[in-house]
Design a protein around this ligand. Structure first.
Ligand code: PLP
Length: 382
């Protein structure tokens, strides 16, 4: 190899420039300790942006899912249905509550929870004697799930929906932001997400009571009293006022970030779609608008002559970071005992899929380097 490129990361943090203004304000007012004006303002902008009435800023997306489950009364021995094709943080909080994850496979169009399997799973669980306490569909990689169909089934069986929109801030279904369809929704501002607070999350909802209760539980469940009095188990799950300052600065540029990520997708597609056996996740119709958090490709080894693993290794040698698609939860050792309703879709996606560098700060030059590296591998001399 003649030269090594500067490493190209999968989805690194991308600061917009206005974050420091809010951090500086927090420092000047010595409002470093939890909560404060940045948290209030960040919550208000988030709620507005998501067409939701209320938002609570928390320490992580995982914490948000945990609190959502507590608010729905999920406890020991209960069952909660969730997408199997996701990151483990969707499922872990179910287990924190001593409840049992019921895993549901994906449909081919959006790669998200299959509504047909969802209904099968609900009927089967009820037949076995327990009605699931909640449904957690995920909008994976920013692609909206078939949320209308999922909601219709949830309504039919009267089961609340928690949307996991951790990867989907800025995505829309029928012109409405994802996160505004369920009883509650979860956002994440981890370092690799579309906006970041270095680490953080939020729970959003149209119901004031739920978000007030979230704020209460997330600040150690302190009853109203002059002394410290507790009638509930609490959590230390709030976002700090300094980090919320980063979030405010980031959220001001959300539209630019979504545009940059969607442009990444279009660039990759334009330069790679002619390759037989290499395909992209398409929006299934005009109702679906993805933030394209990560651009994902599927590689059919029979047609391309190369496997997902080999392509990843070759790109790594050029200092380009890629990542296989999420390994489904029903294939994870830790969740292997969970009931699962499967159709083979997510396993196949995992076997053949790769996420390409997709940061909103990715330059055209970097994208060209990636395209060249991929073409070099898939076409003749590799
Ligand atoms: C990142 C992520 C989470 C968890 O968010 P954290 O802020 O990292 O705790 C949950 N679900 C999905 C699908 C995610 O990608």
């Amino acid at each position: 190899m003649s030269h090594i490129n500067k490493r190209i990361f999968l989805s690194p943090p991308h600061m917009s420039g206005s974050e420091m203004k809010y951090i500086k304000e927090a420092f000047e007012q010595n409002w470093i300790a939890p909560l404060g004006p940045n948290v209030d303002a960040f919550e208000e902008s988030l709620a507005n942006y998501c067409h939701s009435n209320y938002a609570a800023a928390l320490s992580s997306g995982t914490a948000a899912i945990h609190i959502a489950l507590i608010l729905l009364g999920v406890s020991h021995g209960d069952e909660v249905i969730a997408s199997s094709f996701t990151f483990s943080a969707t499922i872990n909080p179910i287990v924190y509550q001593g409840a049992i994850p019921i895993l549901v496979d994906s449909e081919k169009e959006t790669w998200n929870m299959d509504p047909v399997l969802l209904e099968e799973a609900i009927k089967n669980r009820i037949m076995k004697g327990k009605k699931p306490k909640a449904i957690i569909p995920v909008h994976l990689y920013g692609m909206p799930a078939k949320i209308n169909e999922i909601n219709a089934i949830a309504l039919k069986y009267d089961i609340p929906v928690i949307e996991d929109a951790a990867e989907a801030l800025g995505s829309r279904f029928k012109e409405k932001p994802v996160g505004s369809f369920g009883k509650m929704a979860v956002l994440s501002f981890n370092g690799n997400k579309i906006i970041t607070t270095s680490g953080g999350g939020a729970l959003i909802s149209n119901e004031k009571k739920l978000i007030e209760r979230t704020r209460f539980l997330a600040t150690q469940a302190r009853d109203k009293a002059a002394h410290y009095q507790h009638s509930n188990i609490g959590f230390n799950y709030r976002m700090s006022n300094v980090l919320a300052g980063i979030g405010r600065g980031q959220l001001e540029f959300i539209e630019e970030k979504v545009k940059a990520r969607r442009d990444n997708f279009l660039f990759y597609k334009k330069h790679l779609q002619h390759i037989r056996g290499l395909t992209f996740l398409e929006e299934p119709g005009k109702d679906f608008y993805s933030n394209r958090w990560l651009t994902t490709i599927l590689i059919n080894p029979d047609e391309t002559g190369i496997t997902r693993e080999i392509l990843q290794e070759k790109l790594e040698m050029e200092n380009i970071e890629t990542r296989p698609l999420w390994k489904p939860m029903h294939l994870q050792p830790v969740f292997s005992g969970c009931p699962a309703y499967l159709n083979g879709v997510s396993e196949k996606l995992f076997n053949n899929g790769l996420c390409l560098p997709s940061g909103s700060g990715l330059s055209k030059r970097e994208k060209q380097i990636i395209i060249n590296a991929i073409l070099k591998c898939i076409h003749p001399v590799c």
